[in-house]
Design a protein around this ligand. Sequence first.
Ligand code: SF4
Length: 474
Amino acid sequence: PGARCSPNRQRLCRAPASGPAARAGPSPRAALLTGAPAPPPARHLFSDPAEMETLRGALLAWYDKRKRDLPWRTLAATEPDADRRGYAVWVSEIMLQQTQVSTVIDYYNRWMQKWPTLQALAQASLEVSMAAAGCSRCPCSSSFNAVPCLLEQEVNELWAGLGYYSRGKRLQEAARKVVSELAGQMPRTAEDLQKLLPGVGRYTAGAIASISFGQATGVVDGNVIRVLCRLRCIGADSSSPAVVDRLWDMANALVDRSRPGDFNQALMELGATVCTPKAPLCGECPVKQHCQARRRKLFGKPTPVPDVEDCGVGGCALCPPATEPWDNSLGVTNFPRKAAKKQPRVERTATCVLERRGCHGALEYLIVQRPSSGLLAGLWEFPSFPLAEDLQEKKQKEVLADHLQAWTGWPVVAGSLRLIGEVVHIFSHIHQTYVVYSLPLDGDVTLDPALSPSRWVTEEEFHASAVSTAMKKV
Ligand code: SF4
């Protein structure tokens, strides 16, 4: 409403006659005759404005009574400065990716105490970049590549336990960008946030824009996917692009125009506390009367009974595949569905713990930084090299010695490598076995600064560095 459209677009936007059927667009049969793509059947859509309004009201009323008190929510509701609201929601959303709310609260509070504003975070980044050229942290600067900076250490210490360290790094980069390129003002719309800020994807952009700046835009995260798939009996693979697109359309259509941030948080809260993955509390659900999955469970069918053209005939893109029909014993948890996970691939990696006596007599270990993209991007690890399967120990040592020699320029004798044992770590898509060797070195070893970033660390420094859980096991 109010937007200026070209005549062509106006024609496309013009409302059809009236009633839910008209709003849902041409019937599948009509679409077939005209060659237009068939619209999803009515039961997979929200097409009745009256129903959508009731659902919004019920959900917001429930949220007002039941919402959890969370520090970023309090700040977003009370802070008059829009940029500070945006920053708080942004930090919380980045931390909440892959992490439980209860875990995040403490991390969020410590982060906001240390860097309460975007400017504070950007300023800390700049100061450290300037200091990095002549880092004075270690007197052994000849064997210290100066790149690992104090800020990185501080972020890692704060972030330790949250995982996915690159998230913290991207927050710093983005803060610097806002201050240096955007005059210190965060972009105000989801589209601009996603376009302009590193590390801000579609979901985070929608969350910041709706919660902090009041933009009427939807969000789709794991909780929202579950709730919407159940509300509308969407049983096709919920990670497929077609279903994800449909869910975004639905979230954008449903979002409350006057309280978009609260509505989005309410939908996510509902998924997190009531419409849970395994044991949803349908009896307590504020939107149960709109839920097709619950109707199906109670009455055996979704209602209103779909037109014969609707589902199951000719293959509906949003219904469960014919090979996985409704399972009564699962009830509403028939939805959502995901395609079966691929088996993780099996890999073996030789890892060498090189150790020396540092200038203060303490034992030090060599760690190197992984490439800035790919698995565990930018994290530090003991020098590691992929191994072919079924390589005997003698051969493994030779391969590892060759790698170490080529990489460091020192003569490395295979016989001096000691096999310590094996460590198994399961990544989401890789079953990784680290075959761990140790190699003590005598005297002061200087690394070639032209090689990939590396540094010697004490055990304490190792734990304070951005190292993966797998390396901690090693
Ligand atoms: Fe989820 Fe049950 Fe509510 Fe449906 S009625 S949205 S399945 S909690």
